[in-house]
Design a protein around this ligand. Structure first.
Ligand code: MN
Length: 267
């Protein structure tokens, strides 16, 4: 099993390294280039009508993702796609904590519903949880902005916005610090600022209520992926869920493809 996975992993990396960046051919071209949609349960990238045009609030989502390293994918809807930043430590409610946020390729809006396991060897292989979701709006001075304001602020490297999620709320900013892709995610001082670490106190999915280990187990993750997912759950919930389902874990580990198919149907 392991040599095959390693081979697939290096093939995926070679492919990503040798093919050109296609983002100039469309906002989601880079997203689609990196993925094999016959293998991964993730949705293929299709453009949707943006909330700007439809007059509905813009969506945001934060997905906890145990890929080669744990990070939280912070995504903001803009012009029909989800602009994306990978935040290794996750968002902080503490205004003095500046969290590194590496800009990644825009994701399709369908991705906001994805919770499950990306197979070993595929791009971003590992467990994904919908950690938070809600709506957002850009801020210009003391009023809410529009899509043109977002374009202007992104070009300038300082995006100011408000979130209304189940875990994250209030006023935030993304500031570009270095190069094209390195940003900091910072909470503004307001009524929603706090020293509470939500990655520890609110570790479960806002959609399914599951822990990372429970998501991995249900999707038939490999034993290695299950162990990695479980290691990112805070000790308190880890102890509770490990005691709850030892039999299901054995079953899932023995039949990796069954769970994967189930996720594909759901997603
Ligand atoms: Mn990710």
């Amino acid at each position: 099993m392991a040599p095959v996975e390693n081979d697939r992993g290096s093939r995926a990396r070679r492919r990503a390294a040798t093919l050109p960046d296609l983002s100039r051919y469309g906002t989601l071209a880079e997203y689609n280039r990196k993925r094999h949609f016959g293998v991964t349960p993730e949705p293929a990238g299709r453009m949707r009508g943006g909330g700007e045009a439809a007059g509905r609030p813009l969506q945001f989502v934060v997905q906890k993702h145990r890929a080669s390293h744990l990070h939280y994918d912070f995504r903001l809807e803009h012009r029909g796609v989800m602009l994306s930043w990978a935040v290794p430590k996750g968002p902080s409610l503490d205004p003095s904590a500046k969290r590194l946020a590496m800009e990644t390729e825009p994701h399709p809006m369908d991705y906001n519903q994805f919770e499950g396991v990306i197979p070993e060897g595929e791009y971003g292989g590992g467990t994904v949880m919908i950690w938070d979701r809600g709506v957002w709006a850009p801020v210009v001075g003391d009023r809410l902005g529009d899509a043109d304001d977002v374009d202007r602020q992104l070009a300038k490297g300082e995006l100011k916005f408000v979130l209304l999620g189940e875990k994250l709320s209030g006023s935030w900013t993304l500031v570009r610090t270095r190069g094209e892709r390195q940003w900091l995610l910072i909470k503004h001082r307001d009524a929603h600022a706090s020293d509470e670490d939500l990655t520890v106190t609110r570790p479960r999915s806002v959609v399914s209520g599951r822990t990372m280990a429970e998501i991995a187990r249900a999707a038939g993750a490999t034993p290695r992926q299950l162990a990695q997912a479980e290691s990112t759950d805070p000790p308190a919930v880890r102890a509770a869920t490990a005691a709850a389902a030892p039999a299901r874990r054995t079953t899932a580990a023995r039949r990796p493809n069954r769970g994967r198919a189930a996720v594909s149907r759901r997603a």
